[in-house]
Design a protein around this ligand. Structure first.
Ligand code: ZN
Length: 383
């Protein structure tokens, strides 16, 4: 994952190819030179059985021997496990199988349309579907799922670069694993999510990723920061190489800038007990450790007949991410209830999406938005 990121990707995957980029018909003004296409492997389904349909030509390949198992036209079968092997009750029975799509280069999995090819592998007692797709096509589906396509183009471009950086970091990090992006890691709904406006933002930022200290890093993003973003390594208490947080005055008009929530002692006790924390009553909940930079909680102290230090992300998960919307909040204990008065929505690491919306409306360019939310980083072409 060092400086020569181009050469590291070339050897990554036997399916990585060099081809001609898709140029969106609505915005194309002249033929572009060939652009390198980099394949990313995205987990799109985990189940005991998955329904695959290909409305065109296809080839079924054994990825272990790289040999052709079968080819044909119009595939429509359920792929499932039988005696520990993957099978479609027709063409194959093994530990993994790969479908190369011809013609329109797309397929349907459980009714959702995806570009590229698909591989099926086994994880535990489940079949896992892995979409092998151009990272640019992948981002074209992610961007409109993460932010609204009606936002100004500079905001869409900033989101495209952030989402591509996040994906590319995982592609480099997970090359020895069965897939690069785990199920649900970024919003990815396939072709139906794509829109001309967001696809254009992806096209004009083709291959651009952010680097921090000359390395691609996990460029996190979230809905509304509430006044201060946070360094990702602080949010998740790990040693990932990520830029520091930044103050933000651009998301103040969001309806999620401020929020309030309360929960009764009894209900909070039940949730904590269900999560494995042994208490028979709660006398107090208070901040224990704060972020070194900004007024975000890192952990909370819950006291009753026993005492527990709980990381704030775990506490948010227990209470509900939709209830405790961020880690910026104050706590009041009144009338057997705990009141939380907070700011922002999301983990707070990296780019503040609503902040980008406002900055774009004020005429700020996407490069400056990215420099603001990812301090000391540079935009580079990864391929
Ligand atoms: Zn913000």
């Amino acid at each position: 994952m060092k400086k020569n990121i181009t050469s590291s990707i070339i050897s990554f995957c036997w399916l990585s190819i060099v081809g001609v980029a898709l140029v969106h018909k609505s915005f194309a003004v002249a033929p572009r030179p060939a652009r390198p296409q980099v394949t990313i492997r995205v987990c799109i389904g985990v189940s005991s059985s998955l329904k695959l349909a290909i409305d065109d030509t296809f080839e079924i390949i054994d990825p272990v021997t790289n040999s052709l198992v079968k080819k044909g036209r119009n595939y429509n079968r359920t792929i499932h496990l039988e005696s520990g092997k993957i099978t479609d009750d027709w063409a194959f029975n093994g530990s993994k199988i790969y479908f190369r799509t011809g013609g329109k280069s797309c397929f349907s999995l459980n009714g959702n349309l995806y570009r590229g090819n698909v591989e099926f592998i086994i994880e535990g007692k489940k079949v896992v579907a892995v979409n092998h797709v151009s990272i640019e096509d992948y981002i074209k589906s992610v961007v409109p799922s993460e932010i609204h396509r009606s936002w100004r183009q500079e905001a869409l471009k900033a989101q495209a670069v952030a989402a591509r950086t996040f994906a590319y970091y995982h592609l480099l990090k997970n090359r020895t694993r069965a897939y690069d992006i785990a199920y649900g890691r970024q919003e990815y709904k396939g072709m139906d999510a794509e829109h001309a406006k967001t696809s254009w933002a992806v096209d004009v930022t083709f291959g651009q990723v952010l680097q921090f200290k000359n390395e691609v890093f996990p460029a996190y993003f979230h809905a509304v920061c509430g006044g201060y973003t946070e360094e990702a390594s602080v949010v998740w208490s790990n040693s990932e190489n990520t830029p520091r947080g930044a103050p933000c005055t651009f998301c103040k008009n969001s309806r999620y800038y401020e929020w309030n929530y309360f929960i009764s002692e009894k209900d909070l006790l039940k949730k904590l007990n269900n999560a494995g924390f042994k208490l028979s009553y709660i006398s107090s909940v208070e901040g224990y450790k704060r972020s070194p930079y900004y007024p975000r909680h890192r952990s909370l102290k819950v006291v009753g007949d026993t005492e527990h230090i709980i990381p704030v992300n775990k506490f948010r998960e227990i209470v509900g991410y939709g209830n405790l919307r961020s880690s910026i909040f104050t706590i009041r204990h009144q009338e057997k209830k705990f009141f939380f008065d907070g700011k922002g929505w999301g983990h707070g690491a990296g780019l503040c999406q609503y902040g980008c919306k406002t900055m774009a409306e004020q005429g700020v360019k996407y490069q400056d938005m990215l420099r603001h939310y990812y301090p000391d980083t540079e935009i580079k072409r990864a391929y």
